[in-house]
Design a protein around this ligand. Structure first.
Ligand code: NAD
Length: 542
């Protein structure tokens, strides 16, 4: 251990830059964007000190301009996954023993690198590879990842400070050991910050990781690896592998040293991984930690006393920022009949004013959806509305994939609170509205609670405190992140720890102490200063 009780720098949220015309950051990010757009990257597997180029590659194409190729990434074979596991376990021998302040320094440095010299490279990679506007990139690949890294360091020290009492003659202490084995991190396309956080939070606690990023996040994944390397994360502590997700996962889950999974992505994939872990349980040396944050069907419900303009703004921002591809995005909305006409006018006006196109044009609010699979799925749901009597399109509904995967922000109105788009996660810019009779507010709250398998985020709007309290109570288990008079998106690390229950995940709250607790295995050490020398207790005296 270290030779001092060190205080870490106080974590504060990374300030979000504006990118307004005339700011230096605007110029810098546009230059970096151009440069990266015209470079062909060649993303290797990162295993230990090696950058492995297998020769089997897949191409990286911006979703808003899918015929353009930004480069390729290399695909692993089974032997590479086995190599990554072995390398991680070898690295563990030193990393798990390293003093906590050394680990903290590495990740604090990573945050400062992202906040400073890597900021625009991270943002540009996220804009190009995941089609984020500059603002959506900045809050993710600059601000949120820095917050994860810095707050996690602070939470680690808080955890380490949690120590038991000691009675006379002995000293009880708890050491927070890393898990015995390695952690498998599987990350989604939609947040660069999540991609960085899932392997690094486990690594901060002394673990080693095999990280499988999403195929649709490869540009920014590589920049993250560059940052980790430059920050001094030792070789083998975080290993990045890409390829067939089933092959990679099956290989990882067969290892007796598999100690935990840190997953974010869709629900079905997570459930299947969980089942595989269960089937392999006799293989493992320990019971693996299973942490997964998964899908959502996030709601907004407005009481008749709510402010129509505020509700409309929450719908537009909550449903359509980053093309609705946030796990927290509002996708089912319940509005009282008395307010619907006014809210509808505001929403239609907002949606019609949304500018769609490449993220390079900073005046756009909205860009393309992530890939063709997603585009086709969204288009099929829009087409279905045209055929169904229970639903109609209020605004939007057009799509075009000739250049990029563009789907208009689309508002559906349904007369059936269980219409398919009220229940199924679409993960795109489609929001469905159900209008309820004002007097059925309470009944509708129960409908909100019972409609979806998910319980990630939800928002209620009310000008009446008693009704807000009622909704908070009835919807107690309907969302892990619950908002009153706000949109259901935009959780900030250190302020709104994030995660949902039911089919939305294990609710271990990314960006909180609760999450870090999953990557440690405490050892209690009791030391007695003057041990007993007689087995008999006083009560045994004649
Ligand atoms: P996805 O499920 O397609 O992919 C997630 C990860 O799982 C990727 O790395 C992918 O390659 C991998 N994967 C896919 N198939 C696999 C298989 N058969 N075996 C093992 N791994 C496999 O999800 P996505 O499209 O990248 O992200 C969107 C989903 O993630 C949505 O459902 C969204 O709600 C969810 N999400 C949840 C949160 C949260 O905090 N709850 C945050 C972000 C995203």
């Amino acid at each position: 251990m270290g030779k001092g009780f060190f205080h870490v720098p106080k974590a504060v949220n990374e300030p979000v830059k504006t990118y307004a015309p005339g700011t230096p950051e605007r110029e810098e990010v546009l230059l970096t964007y151009k440069e990266l757009y015209n470079t062909k990257v060649d993303v290797p597997l990162y295993i230990g000190s090696e950058e492995i180029r297998t020769g089997k590659t897949a191409s990286i194409n911006p979703p808003h301009d899918h015929k353009h190729e930004c480069g390729v990434y290399h695909l692993a074979e089974k032997k590479h996954i086995e190599q990554a596991i072995e390398t991680a376990l070898e690295a563990r021998k030193k990393w798990a023993k390293l003093e906590w302040e050394q680990r903290a320094a590495v990740f604090l440095k990573a945050a400062d690198l992202i906040s400073g010299p890597y900021r625009q490279k991270m943002n540009a990679a996220t804009m190009i590879g995941q089609s984020k506007t500059i603002f959506q990139a900045e809050i993710d690949s600059a601000a949120e990842i820095c917050d994860f890294l810095r707050f996690n360091v602070e939470y680690m020290t808080e955890l380490y400070n949690e120590q038991p009492n000691s009675s006379d003659g002995c000293w009880n202490r708890v050491e927070y050991r890393p898990l015995e084995g390695f952690v498998y991190a599987v990350t989604p396309f939609n947040f660069t910050a999540i991609a960085g956080n899932l392997p690094s939070s486990a690594a901060l606690m002394g673990n080693v990781a095999v990280w499988k990023p999403s195929d649709s996040q490869m540009l920014s994944a590589q920049v993250l690896m560059e940052v980790f390397k430059e920050a001094g994360v030792p070789d083998g502590v975080i290993n990045m592998v890409m390829g067939d997700p089933e092959m990679i996962t099956d290989t990882v889950l067969k290892s007796p040293d598999f100690a935990g999974i840190h997953y974010t992505g869709s629900t079905e994939v997570f459930k299947n991984i969980w089942a595989k872990i269960g089937n392999n349980i006799h293989t493992y040396k320990s019971y693996p930690r299973i942490v997964g944050e998964t899908g959502g069907k996030d709601f907004i419900i407005a009481h008749p006393t709510s402010n129509p303009k505020q509700v409309a703004t929450a719908i537009t921002r909550g449903a359509f920022e980053f093309q609705g591809q946030k796990c927290s995005a509002a996708s089912r909305v319940y509005l009282p009949k008395s307010l619907w006409p006014e809210i509808k006018d505001f929403v239609v006006e907002d949606v019609k004013s949304i500018k769609m196109g490449s993220p390079e044009d900073l005046t756009n609010f909205f860009t393309a959806v992530i890939h063709e699979r997603s585009f086709d799925k969204l288009a099929s749901y829009i087409d279905k509305v045209e055929e169904d009597d229970a639903a109609e399109i209020v605004v939007g509904g057009k799509y075009d994939k000739s250049v990029g995967y563009f789907v208009e922000p689309t508002v559906i109105l349904t007369t059936d609170p269980h219409y398919t788009t009220m229940e199924t996660e679409l993960f795109g810019p489609i929001v469905t509205i159900y209008v309820y009779e004002d007097e059925k507010w309470e009944e509708t709250l129960h409908t909100v609670d019972n409609t979806s398998a998910y319980a990630l985020t939800g928002a209620i709007f009310s000008g009446d405190r008693y009704e807000a309290a009622k909704a908070t109570d009835i919807l107690q288990n309907a969302a892990g992140n619950f908002y009153i008079n706000d949109k259901p998106t935009g959780a900030v690390v250190g302020q709104q720890p994030f995660g949902g229950a039911r089919a939305s995940g294990t609710n271990d709250k990314a960006g909180s102490k609760l999450n870090l607790m999953r990557w440690i295995s405490p050892r209690l050490i009791k030391e007695t200063f003057v041990p007993a020398t007689d087995y008999k207790y006083p009560f045994m005296k004649e």
